[in-house]
Ligand binder design. Sequence first.
Ligand SMILES: C[S@@+](CC[C@H](N)C(=O)[O-])C[C@H]1O[C@@H](n2cnc3c(N)ncnc32)[C@H](O)[C@@H]1O
Length: 365
Amino acid sequence: MFVSIACNVLNKSWLLIGTRRGCVQVFLPNRYHKTVNKPSNYVSCSSQLSETELRDKLRVCSTTKELVTRLSEVFVQQGVPESRLSAEYIVATSFGLSRKQLLRGEPTLLSQLEPFYSTLTHNALRRLLREPVQYIVGNWDFYNLTLKVRQPVLIPRPETEELVDRILKFWKNVLRRGSTGEVTRCLEIGCGSGAISLSLLKGWKEFTGNNNILKVTALDIDPQAITLTKENACIVLEDEQKRLLDIHLQDITKFRLDDNKYDFLVSNPPYIPEAEYRTLQPEVIQYEASCALLGGKDGMEIIRVILRGAKNWLKTGGTIWLEVDPSHPKLIQDFLHKEPNVGVELLQVFEDMSGLARYCKLLVI
Ligand SMILES: C[S@@+](CC[C@H](N)C(=O)[O-])C[C@H]1O[C@@H](n2cnc3c(N)ncnc32)[C@H](O)[C@@H]1O
């Protein structure tokens, strides 16, 4: 079988980030950095590689360590970014190990692992076609949780962990002052894999103690996201916590609510501006759902819907937490100035770990 491999030779924007929780390194296609400066700089190349040829290249190795090095060389030759890390994850997952186990373990004699070679070749070919390593591995760590990830649902990003952390810290302070009832209600718009809702539910007790219960409504327009959130909820939540989560297939542009019942709203909406979307890495464009990323011409389409709806969905004094593009805080401020009737005020803008204005905290007035 011959596989045609398209690769972007100018791709330099993959990130290697150490997690704050000191676990393994995190390897992610960065949604927020362009692959190249302008679309016209985008240079594609293609190469032919047979499955047999790839298998033969890998078969000469006698230990997993050699295998990682060899596969990494193949990835470099084919222009696959973060070649070493990709190779480590792919070798590990093909042999049913975590990357940590692979790196810690003694080099294994591969003659004993013959049955796994077809899985390895299959996985390596997927990566050569620029599939994100997270989809190949099938799960990924997010804020103390290991979540299933599956194409085309958005792979949770480390930037979003920071948003969760800020929300939990904020509520810890609010609840410490005793300024709320026994139940806090949260609305998440665009739950994807469930990363935000599930980590809030898991972290709530730890952060806020036993005196307050968090109830979450998680919405998404994509049935595949809803299915994945449900699967992840079954994996990570205890039975008692599952009852605190409502998951609904819902287009937010058609969401109506009679009583203002939520205390806060959180969303990592699709917010990439159209022109920027075209410059993103093949891993993102070819594998992740465009509806999870594209926010219209200026990236603000869903953000405007959220701002216009917030007063109807939240209690007065409720907070809105958004992950946004760095160009958005100013656009949000202008929008709220132009449409004062939406009844929302921009309270704070926070930077992410790369120093980019990434999170907005707003208040329903
Ligand atoms: C950037 S992803 C965020 C996923 C997840 N919350 C996370 O942080 O990993 C945006 C999500 O919004 C959903 N979405 C897009 N348009 C929507 C709409 N009109 N109504 C509800 N959800 C929408 C997408 O399907 C996608 O799952």
